[in-house]
Design a protein around this ligand. Structure first.
Ligand SMILES: Nc1ncnc2c1ncn2[C@@H]1O[C@H](COP(=O)(O)OP(=O)(O)OP(=O)(O)O)[C@@H](O)[C@H]1O
Ligand SMILES: CCCCCCCCCCCCC/C=C/[C@@H](O)[C@H](CO)NC(=O)CCCCC
Ligand SMILES: [Ca+2]
Length: 582
């Protein structure tokens, strides 16, 4: 195959002549008219080539092509500053049109052969209202021209309502698509996640509501173009919030598996989460922030302060199923980086019969059901917060995240228990998230690597919740009253969850936030709410289970920033990535 693809000839870049050669995995060109010692070679891995097009192509601010006979333009992804990627573009001139066509054909074949996960056709959902409301602009000015250069055809849907993307993925024909891209924030990602997981289970005839079922991994990749408020999933899987870097990861078909946590109440599936399932502080911040959506991304800072000052803690019983402590630990001070060994070993455990990840969904064995179950541990007390995260959940506010040593794809989650403590100690815990100081090195904080978690209220508390809801029900009217009636009338939990999901379009947050406030006007509320990747859950008692590598993103995890920094000094190891060219 390598010999078929090999091509060698003279080419010009500007007015300099080069000897160019396409050999297997690399395209290299060397200055031709210099003495041997002075000859510089640029070597571009085929895997990093974005696209090849005949003519002289300009990309930004809009793509334009000057259709000349002997020229072709090559684009490649290159790292500019650490994790930030940009498009490198080179215009080559050939001695003849025939040779030019040979070069473009060979390069295109090499791309197909060496990067099988490159998408050809993508379904793109743009949330025009996420974050700073720039989704459309970001896509059309920064991403679409790159997709065009890469020869990707995309079907773009600008959403007109919440849950449109989820519903589309659950019901519409997805034949021919290689992946789904969401332009928006974590909420938009969550819609795509729910749509794709739901669709995959439907097609596999699996029952999502049963926490014991081994779910089928999704065949379509998910790409995230960040345009939201927190963009935690993008930050934790790419390392930067940058639409161009994310677009380039999508184009070259990078693939990053991701663990997913399913959240259940009684016999219902409530939601899926990849980032945060948080009770107490994080639930209260979200409930408070929903009242201030108009503030945009700043609403979290404002609400964080309000909730911190309200100084709350909550009673609860937490039971958890520890993961194998021999594999890794949330306190081992390692980071999950690109090519992470812990995650790779997990891939081998989860998919023992597949050598390439391209066909992983044909034999999925869950870590949870494969391993011997182990012993559940139970703790009870008052907590400032209880958080479960499948990954580090790093974001701009907290660059190392909720659990800095968590892994993206190891089939486990980290359970963080923050016991009730003095307000200043809790502030110290929160503050440490913003620096490199260890937030787990505090006497009132525990962290456990787990496969499943159950949260329940101590005896009698459930009654207090219902009293609170009853009181609130009398105080409020219209939509909220109907909702609370549904909660108290509906015997079937299945129907209850369904009615809640349907109501998301009517903004269920309006109902839960006042529940919290209704309770807190009189006394400190007995219960908090669960924040599930930025959505409030309608239940307090939940069961969570981690599903290893249930979805795959067009990303490659965090590349070692230190290595990338060395790039600027052109260390030997990174030389091929570092040579800059126009
Ligand atoms: N056209 C639309 N109108 C109203 N809501 C929408 C629309 N499209 C999507 N949504 C909903 O908007 C919510 C928030 O969107 P998104 O996640 O993109 O931005 P964000 O909340 O600002 O960012 P983050 O989730 O990162 O904090 C999502 O839960 C999504 O379901
Ligand atoms: C004195 C300084 C105090 C600073 C405290 C900083 C603590 C930051 C921890 C960051 C945790 C991010 C967790 C990610 C959650 C997302 O899945 C979710 C959806 O976007 N975002 C929120 O719920 C938004 C809610 C974010 C809560 C902060
Ligand atoms: Ca994990």
């Amino acid at each position: 195959m390598e010999t078929d693809l090999r091509l060698e000839s003279s080419l010009w870049i500007g007015n300099k002549r080069y000897r160019a050669v396409l050999t297997g995995w690399h395209l290299k060109w060397t200055e031709a008219d210099k003495k041997n010692g002075d000859k510089k070679t640029v070597s571009v891995p085929v895997a990093e080539v974005v696209g090849v097009e005949n003519g002289r192509v300009e990309i930004l601010p809009q793509k334009s092509v000057e259709d000349t006979d002997k020229d072709f333009t090559g684009g490649r992804s290159r790292s500019t500053y650490g994790l930030l990627w940009s498009l490198g573009r080179t215009q080559f001139s050939c001695p003849s049109r025939v040779l030019r066509d040979q070069w473009t054909n060979h390069l295109r074949t090499a791309l197909k052969t060496h990067s099988p996960l490159r998408p050809h056709r993508l379904l793109v959902f743009i949330n025009p209202f996420g974050g700073k409301k720039k989704g459309r602009e970001i896509y059309h000015s920064l991403v679409a021209p790159l997709f065009e250069l890469a020869g990707i055809s995309s079907h773009v849907i600008v959403t007109e309502r919440a849950n449109q993307a989820r519903d589309h993925l659950l019901k519409k024909d997805l034949t021919g698509f290689d992946g789904v891209v969401c332009v928006g924030g974590d909420g938009m990602f969550s819609e795509v996640l729910h749509g794709l997981i739901g669709r995959t289970q439907q097609e596999a005839g699996l029952c999502e509501t049963d926490p014991a079922v081994t779910l089928q991994p999704c065949p379509l990749h998910i790409g995230i173009i960040p345009a939201g408020s927190t963009d935690c999933v993008c930050y934790a899987t790419v390392g930067v919030i940058d639409p161009v870097s994310s677009a380039l990861h999508i184009i070259i078909g990078d693939s990053q598996p991701l663990d997913v946590c399913s959240v259940h109440h009684a016999s219902t599936l409530v939601r899926y989460s990849v980032s945060l399932v948080g009770y107490g502080f994080y639930g209260d911040v979200l409930a408070e922030s929903e009242k201030h959506r108009w503030m945009g991304p700043l609403r979290y800072d404002y609400s964080g302060t309000v909730v911190y000052l309200s100084n709350r803690s909550y009673a609860g019983i937490v039971q958890y199923l520890p993961a194998d402590p021999l594999l890794s630990s949330p306190k081992d001070k390692t980071r999950c980086l690109s090519g992470c060994n812990v995650c790779s070993r997990s891939t081998e455990r989860l998919f023992p019969h597949t050598s390439d990840s391209g066909s992983l969904y044909s034999s999925h064995f869950s870590q949870y059901s494969n391993d011997s179950e182990g012993e559940w541990v139970s703790v009870e007390g008052r907590f400032r917060c209880v958080s479960i995260t499948c990954m580090s959940s790093s974001c701009a506010r907290s660059p190392l995240g909720l659990s800095p040593s968590a892994h993206l794809a190891d089939g486990t989650g980290d359970l963080i228990l923050v016991w009730d403590t003095h307000p200043l100690s809790f502030l110290k815990f929160l503050y440490r998230h913003t620096s490199t100081q260890d937030q787990f090195d505090l006497p009132f904080v525990e962290v456990h690597r787990v496969k499943a978690v159950r949260f329940s209220l101590p005896d009698g508390r459930e009654e207090e919740v219902h009293e609170g809801i009853g009181e609130l029900n009398r105080a409020i009217g219209g939509e909220e009253r109907e909702y609370v009636d549904t909660v108290s009338r509906n015997g079937s939990q299945q129907q209850l969850a369904q009615s809640v999901v349907e109501r998301e379009t009517m903004n269920e947050h309006k109902t839960v936030a006042p529940i919290l406030c209704g309770l807190c006007c009189k006394k400190t509320p007995a219960v908090s709410v669960w924040n599930c990747d930025g959505e409030i859950l309608p239940f307090t008692e939940i069961f969570c289970r981690i599903h290893g590598q249930l979805v795959r993103l067009y990303a490659r995890g965090i590349e070692d920033a230190a290595a990338m920094q060395n790039c600027s000094q052109e260390s030997d190891k990174n030389k091929s990535r570092c040579i800059t060219y126009k």
